[in-house]
Write a protein that binds this ligand. Structure first.
Ligand SMILES: Cc1cc2nc3c(=O)[nH]c(=O)nc-3n(C[C@H](O)[C@H](O)[C@H](O)COP(=O)(O)OP(=O)(O)OC[C@H]3O[C@@H](n4cnc5c(N)ncnc54)[C@H](O)[C@@H]3O)c2cc1C
Length: 377
């Protein structure tokens, strides 16, 4: 995107998030839903397709641009970004990287406009950190003209709302080489979505189990070629990890801003608590780590766009920033004292919300393994 156009997008998104989304965070928490007016404005602003190619109706941002946009989106309740995060990220990128021209034509413009919602269905009850052991199967139909999918996925973001699922299923052979990717549409016979999970945080974003009971799909529902599903999933996740790291940076900035504001306003012993050096230490540590996280994400995105590194940087950034935002939220609760432990206070909500970032799209331990294996190889 032209630099001036991108600057305009950033400015518009920044004011939308701060002036319209932030004031409605408590409502999102209470209703466990994103208000329709915010959804509509997000669609109008192109947010359902910021990472999807321009030729399919997206904004076509590079990863360097995307992370800067996500710094802004991350400033509000993470459920807000999650509304379009999967369509842009792990689900949408499956089609961008591996879809046929027909699949791209059929789905990307509708994903980018927000008309349809995508989901990425990889995790199973016995295959989480190691998805290469997944057991959902896709067996060639008797006529040889398609596949029949059987199995179950869990913790699938957007499953209750999704119109199209990127499903990873075993087509033959053990391990990562036996997995293929399929597009499965909502309403397919034998497809059932469980009730929404009751989560610790991020209310307004929903996950659920997804069951496949003899779901028939045509042969052209396969994304990429047979046996390439694992690679497709990993490529999508690498992109997604940088995006998650950027959300962590945006949210850490918000939490730190809340912390500083409170430290300037709250008094004890005749002084504002911000005047006490031990409180200043908490604030300084959060600012320093936030600065490091932001710098790391920007550099990792640059290297990704330049084709220099699509793996190590995203894992380092996801690992560091998800741990960093956890520490920033923890210090925020500390600075708030007893108030930080009370429902209805933003930092208490964020403390619960940020816990997820160390778990999904690869736990911190899995990022450590990816990082070390890349170095030791
Ligand atoms: C809110 C939410 C949304 C999600 N959205 C999606 C989604 O949209 N699509 C999707 O497919 N999945 C999704 N997930 C699933 C998520 O990616 C997994 O939960 C995650 O990868 C961890 O898998 P697991 O829960 O099975 O934990 P496990 O794999 O059982 O891990 C348990 C613990 O063991 C550790 N561990 C496991 N293996 C190793 C190892 N080899 N070395 C060291 N430590 C290890 C882990 O780090 C962790 O601490 C979501 C999860 C949540 C909670």
């Amino acid at each position: 995107m032209e630099p001036q156009d991108f600057a305009d997008v950033l400015k518009a998104v920044r004011s939308f998030v701060r002036e319209q989304v932030v004031p409605r965070e408590e409502e999102i928490e209470e209703t466990d839903a994103i208000p329709e007016s915010l959804r509509r404005t997000s669609r109008d602003m192109g947010l359902f397709g910021y990472a999807l190619p321009e030729e399919y109706g997206g904004l076509g941002l590079s990863l360097s641009e995307e992370v800067r946009l996500v710094f802004e989106l991350g400033y509000a309740s993470p459920a807000f970004r999650s509304m379009f995060g999967t369509s842009n990220g792990i689900a949408g990128q499956v089609l961008v990287n591996s879809g046929t021209p027909e699949q791209k034509d059929a789905w990307l413009p509708r994903l980018a406009s927000g008309e349809v919602i995508g989901a990425f269905a990889l995790t199973e009850s016995e295959a989480g950190s190691d998805p290469s052991t997944l057991t959902t199967t896709a067996v060639r139909d008797g006529d040889g003209d398609g596949y029949v999918i059987d199995g179950a996925k869990r913790f699938i973001t957007n499953a209750p709302e999704a119109d199209v699922f990127m499903v990873f299923a075993r087509t033959g052979g053990a391990g990562s080489r036996g997995i293929s990717t399929f597009l499965v549409e909502k309403g397919a016979d034998g497809l059932r979505i469980g009730p929404a999970d009751q989560k610790m945080g991020q209310r307004g974003a929903h996950t659920a189990e997804v069951f496949f009971d003899g779901v028939r799909v045509p042969a052209d529902a396969m994304v990429g070629t047979e046996g390439t599903g694992f690679r497709t999933a990993m490529a999508s996740l690498a992109h997604g990890r940088l995006s998650i790291a950027a959300v962590c940076v945006g949210l850490a900035q918000r939490i730190l801003d809340e912390t500083v504001a409170y430290a300037k306003e709250r008094s004890q012993g005749g002084r504002t608590i911000g005047e006490y050096q031990l409180v200043q230490g908490l604030i300084a540590d959060s600012q320093t780590e936030l600065y490091a996280g932001r710098s790391m994400v920007l550099e990792a995105a640059r290297a990704y766009d330049a084709g220099e590194d699509t793996k190590l940087g995203p894992s380092c950034a996801k690992y560091y920033c998800s741990e960093m935002v956890g520490r920033v939220a923890d210090r925020a609760v500390q600075v708030y004292g007893g108030m930080g432990y009370m429902r209805g206070v933003a930092v208490e909500r964020f403390y619960r919300d940020v816990r997820l970032f160390r778990i999904y799209e690869g736990t911190s331990q899995i990022q450590q393994l990816v990082i070390a294996r890349n170095l030791l190889r």
